[in-house]
Design a protein around this ligand. Structure first.
Ligand SMILES: O=C(O)CCC(=O)C(=O)O
Length: 309
């Protein structure tokens, strides 16, 4: 039993090296992920975490800067993950959303920052995010190792989990959401800003699960998820990381993060990248690729979400 667990967590390393060696890159290809307990400095973690509060103080309930959409109860009983109040910058693509059950109030902005579920398109908002996403030397070397030279940013979208009920993100493949012409050149980078443990909703992955092609996703009561019969929970490996730990993972790797029922929040950053060989694709092309044996699209179909809300 212990042996099996050790084998399963073998893609966990202590330090993000200056440059990944060939064995690491090979392991990424085989298992679909690599995790490093130490990647950011404590100062970088502090700045990145405080940045969330800074952005909340700048944007939340500032009518000139921000459009405010929805709030508790807006989506009725069928609250899906993260669908609390949405704060949209009027001058950039940046936006963030609080946990579905949290009532955002202008007099409690630090509390609001601890209850964020999702923040998106944030790399241009603060120098620390721009640096981590685009100019961090060791992360760039890692990305070059797995994606090749001239890789490009694809998106910045991070999920956080407030203490005492931060919602789960059920099993999915990130490529079920994206729109690209090939599936071998996309990866995500996930960075822990707090201790990420099983109790507060750390990443869980299916090692090697990126090699089996697209899996069927459906909008459930919670979110867009891989239908459970396609995932064997016994194959899942939790990736517990300290603040500053980092995981890189293939865009087809099935992964999930459970609900946070603990008293400790779980913040993270996340960036996605694409290789120089990958193009953004029109929806039609992408849908025909992310298809089941019957040729029908099996990714996350937003028109179905609107019907079920
Ligand atoms: O950070 C999390 O809880 C999950 C992130 C994730 O899986 C995603 O955004 O696709």
């Amino acid at each position: 039993m212990l042996c099996a667990m050790n084998t399963k967590t073998s893609a966990l390393y202590s330090i993000l090296p200056e440059r990944p060696d060939a064995t690491m890159v090979e392991r990424y290809r085989e298992e679909g992920y690599l995790a490093f307990r130490e990647a950011l400095t404590p100062q970088e973690v502090k700045e990145a975490s405080e940045g969330i509060n800074e952005l909340v103080r700048k944007y939340a309930f500032n009518e000139e800067r921000t459009e405010h959409v929805g709030g508790v109860g807006t989506y009725g009983k069928a609250i899906k993950n993260g669908r609390g109040m949405l704060f949209k910058s009027r001058t950039s693509d940046f936006h963030f959303q609080v946990e579905g059950t949290y009532e955002a109030r202008p007099d409690r902005l630090d509390e609001l920052a601890d209850n964020i579920r999702k923040f998106q398109s944030y790399t241009k908002e603060l120098p620390i995010y721009d640096y981590l996403a685009h100019r961090h030397p060791r992360l760039n070397a890692l990305l070059e190792g797995v994606l090749g030279k001239e890789f490009q940013p694809y998106s910045s979208m991070a999920l956080c989990k407030p203490a005492h009920g931060g919602a789960e993100k059920p099993w999915h493949q990130d490529l079920a959401y994206f729109s690209v012409n090939r599936f071998d050149g996309i990866c995500g980078v996930w960075i822990a800003l707090d201790h990420a443990t099983v109790a507060n909703g750390c990443m869980h992955v299916i090692p090697g699960g990126h090699l089996s092609g697209p899996r069927r996703h459906e909008w459930s009561k919670v979110d867009c998820e891989i239908t459970t019969k396609e995932i064997n929970p016994d194959d899942a490996v939790p990736i517990e990381l300290p603040p500053g730990g980092l995981m890189i993972f293939h865009g087809m790797l099935p992964h999930e993060t459970p609900v946070n029922n603990s008293g400790l929040r779980r913040r993270a950053l996340q960036f996605h990248y694409r290789s120089a060989a990958t193009q953004l694709a029109p929806q039609e092309e992408y849908r025909s690729k992310f298809a089941g044996p019957d040729g029908l699209f099996i990714g996350c179909d937003y028109s179905k979400l609107e019907k079920s809300s």
